[in-house]
Every structure is written in structure tokens, then in C-alpha cells.
Design a protein around this ligand. Structure first.
Ligand SMILES: NC(=O)c1ccc[n+]([C@@H]2O[C@H](COP(=O)([O-])OP(=O)(O)OC[C@H]3O[C@@H](n4cnc5c(N)ncnc54)[C@H](OP(=O)(O)O)[C@@H]3O)[C@@H](O)[C@H]2O)c1
Length: 264
């Protein structure tokens, strides 16, 4: 019987590319996002490309109840999930003091609380079955403080720490937990984050291809690795960050992420 992968945010960017890789390997898919039309389009694309069964579930993981509802809907369909991919995530660009607090709290809900709330029941199922795999979308942002994206970097630091912690807790139970750490990748992330004015997104040629990033994550997940930093430049950046004081990293990130034109 085909294995099943559940991917949050499977309709765009890195999540869509991950979905294509699972489909190519014959996984049945459950893809989750907010927009039912995008889900339908992605379902058709994946079915056309690989002929696998694709189930769509529309959920807004900004809502605190959505993770539990999603788990209940999957259970009600009688599907056993083999791989959980916590990919859906958003950021918000700008100085913390100027930002809409409700938007920042929603991002913490999506990137942190919903991820935890979804992981908990599925991990318990995996423990009961003695097998299962989890891929969490972390970021190289998890390794450095991020002025202009203070809350986003904080959420990814949580995801990275959480991933390594639960991985250690369950590593003798037949379960692997893997973190994927992309750098700047060419997706819709920056539009959603109102970040197109930032210096880091001015040069599209410098952005990673989401297909390459997904492949790195997929391979690390299948190998059961603890984490993968996608891309040589990003690996070097993470290596340097490990030996640089946080205060210096924060000041350096402030310069890198500021608006390209000083119109504020
Ligand atoms: N792009 C980068 O440079 C980069 C770098 C490092 C890490 N990452 C991480 O990679 C992950 C994927 O991001 P991406 O760059 O591929 O972004 P993307 O192209 O914007 O894709 C985001 C996906 O998540 C879904 N989503 C967004 N908000 C949601 C919500 N509230 N509830 C349910 N689904 C939601 C989106 O669909 P709907 O909008 O229809 O809901 C979409 O399918 C994120 O966790 C991000 O933090 C990205």
C-alpha cells in the first residue's frame, strides 16, 4: 500500500515542490492550505504529473483550532499518515514597534503553535506504530537574530530547537524528525511578508530555486538526518553565525535586511 504524506502549505513554493517529490515516489498526498481553488489546481497538477491520489483540506492555520480540526478530519477519513511536513509559514517585514501586533501574533500561531499542535497527535500515532517521519521547515533565520523580521526569526529559532529536541526524545522509537533550513528562496513568501523593498530580495539571481531547496529537504528527510542547510553559501553563513556574537549578528542582519531605498 502507498504511504501517505501530509504537507501543510503544499500549494506554493517549497511545499509544492516537496509535494511533487513525494508524488513522484508514489506517496498518496494530503495537502493543506487556505485557498480551495489553489488546492484544486495543485491537486490536478500532481495527479496529472504522477497519477497519485491527492486529498485537499482547506484550513487556515492562523486559527488556534485549525490544527486539531485538521487532525480530526484526517482521522475521520481513516487515513494513517506516514510523513508529516510542517511547511506552512509566514513572515512580516518591518520594525517590531511599528508592526500590527495582531499580525505578528498570528504568525506565531501559524509558525509555532499550529506546528506544535499538529505535531503532537501525529507524533503520538507514530510512537504507537513504531514508525514515522517529520520534516519541519526551519530556516537559516533560526540561527541569527533578525532585525526587520524579529518575530519571524524568533519563530524559526523555536522550530529549530523544538525539532532537535523532539528528535532526540523519539530517536529510539523508529521515528525521525528533520529540519530544513533554506536561505532566501524564490517563492511568494516575500510578497506575503510585505518584504519586496528589502535589500535581500532585490537580486532574484541570488535567490535559491524552491525545487532545489525541496530536493535537499526531501533527501535529508528520507535519510533521517537531523537537519539540512540548503545551499553552500547558506552553509557557510550558518557556520560563521555559530562563532559570531549575537549582538554582532543582529547589527549585521539589520544592515542586510534594511530597505534598498531609504524611503522610511
Ligand atoms: N522563501 C524563503 O526564502 C524561505 C526561507 C526559509 C524558510 N522558508 C520557510 O518555508 C516555508 C514555505 O514558505 P514558501 O517560501 O514556500 O512560501 P509560499 O510560497 O508563500 O508558500 C506558503 C504555503 O503555505 C500556505 N499558507 C500560508 N499561510 C497559511 C495559513 N495561515 N494556513 C494554512 N496554510 C498557509 C500557502 O497557501 P495559502 O496562502 O493558500 O494558505 C502556501 O501553500 C515557510 O515555513 C517559510 O518560513 C522560506
Amino acid at each position: 500500500m502507498n504511504k501517505t504524506a501530509l504537507i501543510t502549505g503544499g500549494t506554493s513554493g517549497i511545499g509544492l515542490e516537496l509535494a511533487k517529490l513525494f508524488a513522484k515516489d508514489g506517496y498518496k498526498l494530503i495537502i493543506v492550505a487556505r485557498d480551495q481553488q489553489e488546492l484544486d489546481t495543485t491537486q490536478s497538477l500532481l495527479k496529472q504529473q504522477s497519477g497519485v491520489e491527492v486529498i485537499t483540506i482547506a484550513k487556515d492555520l492562523f486559527n488556534p483550532e485549525s490544527a486539531a480540526e485538521l487532525y480530526a478530519e484526517v482521522r475521520a477519513k481513516g487515513i494513517a499518515v506516514d510523513v508529516l511536513v510542517n511547511n506552512a509559514g509566514q513572515g512580516q517585514y518591518g520594525h517590531f514597534a511599528d508592526a500590527d501586533l495582531q499580525r505578528l501574533l498570528a504568525i506565531i500561531q501559524l509558525n509555532v503553535s499550529s506546528l506544535v499542535a499538529l505535531t503532537h497527535p501525529f507524533l503520538n500515532d507514530f510512537i504507537a506504530r513504531g514508525e514515522g517521519k517529520i520534516l519541519n521547515l526551519s530556516s537559516i533565520a533560526s540561527k541569527v537574530p533578525g532585525p526587520w523580521q524579529a518575530v519571524y526569526h524568533g519563530t524559526k529559532a523555536f522550530v529549530q530547537s523544538f525539532t532537535e529536541s523532539i528528535r532526540s526524545e523519539v530517536k529510539d522509537k523508529g521515528i525521525t524528525v528533520t529540519a530544513l533550513l533554506p536561505g532566501v528562496t524564490d517563492t511568494d513568501f516575500f510578497n506575503k511578508a510585505d518584504m519586496n523593498s528589502s535589500k535581500v530580495v532585490q537580486d532574484k539571481d541570488q535567490m535559491a530555486d524552491p525545487a532545489d531547496v525541496a530536493k535537499d529537504g526531501y533527501d535529508a528527510l528520507m535519510s533521517g538526518d537531523d537537519m539540512i542547510v540548503s545551499g553552500m553559501k547558506n552553509k557557510m553563513q550558518v557556520g560563521m553565525a555559530a562563532v559570531t556574537p549575537d549582538s554582532m549578528l543582529a547589527d549585521s542582519m539589520k544592515k542586510q535586511q534594511e530597505p534598498a531605498k531609504k524611503d522610511k
